[in-house]
Design a protein around this ligand. Structure first.
Ligand code: SAH
Length: 403
C-alpha cells in the first residue's frame, strides 16, 4: 500500500451523490486522477473543495469509473476490511428468522452489503462466488478467505463469467478457488423440496435463489389448481406447486438443459407422492408462441407464473422490454379461468415497479379482464436493498387475481 494514495478528483458539484452514500462514481463525475492506478486499485475520492469523501475501487474501462468501498476516508481497504464486511453480511443472514434452516441463501449481495461487484450464494456446504467489477476481482483472495472464515464452507466455486465483466475489461474467470469439486451433484432443500444446483453450468450462480419466497407463495395457492409455469428453468415454481397439491403443472422453457435439470429435480423428490410424474408436463419451446397456441386450443389455467429472463438489462432497453412484458402478460391473462391467479415478475433493472404495474394493467385491459393486485412481490430478505442504492431492487412481481 503506497503511503500517499492515488486521488480521484471529482468535478465541482459531483460530490452530491456521495453525500447520499451512493457507491457509484460515473465517468462524467471524474475530473482527473492524480497519481497512477491500475484497474481495481483503491483510490481516495476527493471533492472539488479538497475534502476526502471515500475510498473506492478504480475501474478505468467502465462507465462506472469507481465503486466506493468505504465512505470513511480513513478506513483501510485490506484483508481485514473484507473480513469485517463479509462477516457482517453473513451475520445479518444468520440473525434473520425468515432464513432459518435454508440451505440455499445469498450471503453477499454486492453494493447492498457494502461490497460492490461481489455476489456469493451458498448452497449447503458450497459457495458460488461471482466477481463482477475490477475492484472485487482484485480482492479475490481476501474475499475467498473471508468467506471461508465466516462460514466454514467446504468449497467455493468462482463463477465470474457474467457479461457485465466485459464492461470492466475483465476476462471470464471460473474454477474451484477453495476445496475441490464435490463427488455428487449439489442440491439444496428449499422448504421441503429438493432442488439440484449446477454451479458450473447453470444460470447465474446455478439457481434463482431470489424467487424462494415467491415459489413458497405459489405452493400456498396451488392446491387442486391447474398451473402453467412459464420460463420454468429447472422447475423451482413447478415443484413447489406440486408440493402444494396442484392438480396439474405444465412448465415451459426454451432450454433443453434447464428442462433436463427439472426432470432430475422431479426424480430427487420421487419419494413424495405429490410428485407423481403424471401431474407434471414439461414443454421445450418458446413461451411467446406457446401462449398463443394454448389460446387457439382453448386451454385454460387456474394459476399462471410468468418469470421471464431479464428483457431490459438497462433503461436503454426499456421500450422493447416493455413490449415483451406486455405481450406475455396479455396472453397470460387470456388463458386464466375466472378467479385465476397470475404471478408475474420482472427482473429487469431498467423497468421499475411503477412501470411494470402499468404494463400489466395495460395487458389486462387489452385482454378484456378485470383484475386486482393482491400482493406486491420482491426478492427475499437475503437479497437486501441498501436504501442509498435503489438499483439493487431489480426483482419485482405482482400477484394478480382476475374476476
Ligand atoms: N422461474 C425460474 C427462473 C427463470 S429464468 C426459477 O424459479 O428458477 C428464465 C428462463 O427463461 C431461463 O430458464 C431461460 O432458458 C428461459 N427462456 C428465455 N427465453 C425464453 C422463451 N422465449 N421461451 C421460453 N423460455 C425462455
Amino acid at each position: 500500500m503506497p503511503l500517499i494514495m492515488t486521488q480521484l478528483l471529482l468535478k465541482p458539484g459531483r460530490e452530491r451523490s456521495l453525500f447520499r452514500r451512493h457507491p457509484w462514481i460515473f465517468e462524467g463525475a471524474v475530473d482527473h486522477l492524480e497519481g497512477r492506478a491500475r484497474p481495481g486499485d483503491t483510490v481516495d475520492v476527493i471533492a472539488a473543495n479538497g475534502a476526502c469523501l471515500a475510498r473506492a475501487a478504480w475501474s478505468p474501462q467502465s462507465q462506472i469509473r469507481a465503486r466506493v468501498w468505504s465512505f470513511d476516508p480513513h478506513e483501510i481497504v485490506d484483508d481485514a476490511f473484507f473480513k469485517r464486511r463479509v462477516a457482517a453480511a453473513v451475520e445479518r443472514r444468520l440473525s434473520m428468522p425468515q432464513l432459518a434452516g435454508q440451505e440455499g441463501m445469498r450471503l453477499l449481495h454486492g453494493e447492498s452489503d457494502g461490497l460492490p461487484g461481489v455476489i456469493a450464494d451458498r448452497y449447503g456446504d458450497t459457495i458460488c462466488l461471482q466477481l463482477t467489477a475490477a475492484g472485487s476481482d482484485k480482492w479475490r483472495k481476501a474475499i475467498v478467505g473471508a468467506l471461508v472464515k465466516a462460514t466454514g464452507v467446504a468449497r467455493i466455486y468462482e463463477r465470474s463469467d457474467s457479461d457485465v465483466r466485459k464492461l470492466e475489461g475483465l476476462e471470464p474467470v471460473t474454477g474451484w478457488v477453495h476445496g475441490e469439486a464435490p463427488d455428487i451433484p449439489l442440491s439444496i432443500d428449499e422448504n421441503g423440496v429438493r432442488l439440484g444446483v449446477d454451479v458450473v453450468a447453470g444460470h447465474k450462480t446455478g439457481f434463482y435463489l431470489d424467487q424462494r419466497d415467491n415459489r413458497l407463495l405459489t405452493r400456498a395457492l396451488a392446491k387442486d389448481k391447474s398451473v402453467l409455469n412459464c420460463f420454468c428453468y429447472t422447475g423451482g415454481f413447478s415443484l413447489q406447486a406440486l408440493a402444494g397439491g396442484a392438480a396439474s403443472v405444465l412448465s415451459i422453457d426454451s432450454s433443453g438443459p434447464a428442462l433436463a435439470g427439472a426432470r432430475a429435480n422431479m426424480a430427487l423428490n420421487a419419494a413424495n407422492p405429490l410428485f407423481e410424474t403424471s401431474r407434471a408436463e414439461w414443454l421445450e419451446g418458446d413461451v411467446f408462441e406457446a401462449l398463443r397456441t394454448f389460446r387457439k386450443e382453448g386451454r385454460t389455467f387456474d394459476l399462471i407464473v410468468l418469470d421471464p429472463p431479464k428483457f431490459a438489462p438497462s433503461a436503454a432497453h426499456a421500450e422493447r422490454a416493455a413490449r415483451a412484458y406486455k405481450d406475455i402478460n396479455l396472453h397470460g391473462f387470456r388463458l386464466l379461468n375466472p378467479g385465476g391467479y397470475l404471478l408475474t415478475y420482472s427482473c429487469s433493472g431498467g423497468i421499475g415497479l411503477e412501470l411494470f404495474q402499468k404494463i400489466v394493467a395495460g395487458a389486462a385491459v387489452d385482454a378484456g379482464r378485470d383484475a386486482r393486485i393482491l400482493q406486491r412481490l420482491s426478492a427475499g430478505p437475503d437479497h437486501p436493498v441498501a436504501l442509498h442504492f435503489p438499483e439493487g431492487e431489480y426483482l419485482k412481481g405482482l400477484l394478480v387475481q382476475v374476476d
